[in-house]
Design a protein around this ligand. Structure first.
Ligand code: SAM
Length: 279
């Protein structure tokens, strides 16, 4: 059998799977888990492939460590979404960092603990998990609480829709300290350039540095995937903390060369982004 994903109305991709291991309809979304011989277990939310055992480390390392090795001395990190636990686990590889994680759907956490037990670091005493809406959380949060915010969300639909708009980023800006920075799921400049530009534009209303970076996610439509780093102060390539970037144990993708190279943009992307690219 095949898990087939349709993206927008013009792109389809499929991977062979052996069986469906779980299906849960939560109050927010439909969550499925498949077993694949080639990709391991596969997490699907509302028909979209989220992650698989084979390449989840790329996404999680690239969301966590680019931010953690750009900021001079991160101590408090907020993760919005990330219910599989992967981004939080990567952040917690950095000693003395405390992670607040706000995930709206408890079913995602439960299913991840059962079918992807190696991805999370749930028992870590430096992790504080809240089951709640990240939109409400940032709205009600006191100013200047966090060094870094990581928005590891699903696509801008359903419960995640409000994680991509101006109100949300006004609040993210407000709860970040004066040298804070945010990294968000930026979709793909290859298969979704209009949406990518829209997210860049919203972040650019508040932050002086707004730079996308790329990595490959074989599970995602078209493979090329982008995060966007927006920063009040530090620059992701000029201020990279090299000694930290190459000293983190256990990484399988991220290193200081990948960090720097991921911010190199193709000509067509630079031309398309124009002034949205604030570097
Ligand atoms: N980390 C995964 C990966 O490697 O691609 C994908 C992201 S993670 C599964 C996306 C999470 O965002 C989901 O668990 C979803 O429940 C959560 N989410 C969506 N909207 C949210 C909101 N408003 N507040 C908090 N979490 C939200």
């Amino acid at each position: 059998m095949w898990f087939e994903e349709t993206h927008n109305d013009f792109f389809k991709q499929a991977i062979r799977v052996e069986e469906k291991l779980a299906e849960v309809q939560s109050p927010y979304q439909k969550i499925e888990v498949y077993r694949s011989k080639e990709f391991g277990n596969v997490l699907v939310i509302d028909g979209h492939g989220m992650l698989c055992d084979k390449d989840e480390f790329i996404y999680h390392e690239m969301m966590a460590h680019v931010a953690m090795c750009t900021h001079k001395d991160p101590k408090r990190v907020l993760v919005i979404g990330g219910g599989d636990g992967g981004v939080a686990k990567e952040v917690l590889r950095h000693p003395e960092v405390h992670v607040d994680m706000v995930e709206i759907d408890e079913e995602v956490v439960k299913i991840s603990k059962e079918y992807f037990p190696h991805i999370g670091d749930w028992e870590n005493p430096r992790l504080n998990l809240t089951i709640g809406d990240g939109i409400e959380f940032v709205k009600n949060c006191q100013p200047k609480q966090y060094d870094i915010v990581l928005v590891d969300s699903t696509d801008p639909e359903g419960p995640a829709e409000g994680l991509f708009n101006r109100t949300f980023y006004a609040n993210v800006f407000r709860i970040l300290k004066d040298d804070g920075l945010v990294v968000a799921q930026g979709e793909s400049w290859w298969i979704d350039m209009p949406l990518h530009k829209q997210i860049m534009g919203v972040m650019g209303e508040f932050f002086k540095i707004v730079m996308p970076y790329r990595f490959e996610m074989y599970m995602y439509p078209g493979c090329n995937w982008n995060f966007i780093l927006a920063s009040k102060f530090y620059h992701p390539t000029a201020d990279i903390i090299l000694q930290r970037a190459d000293l983190i144990d256990g990484l399988r993708y991220y290193n200081s060369d990948i960090h720097k190279a991921s911010f190199v943009l193709p000509n067509y992307v630079k031309q398309e982004l124009g002034d949205l690219y604030k570097w």
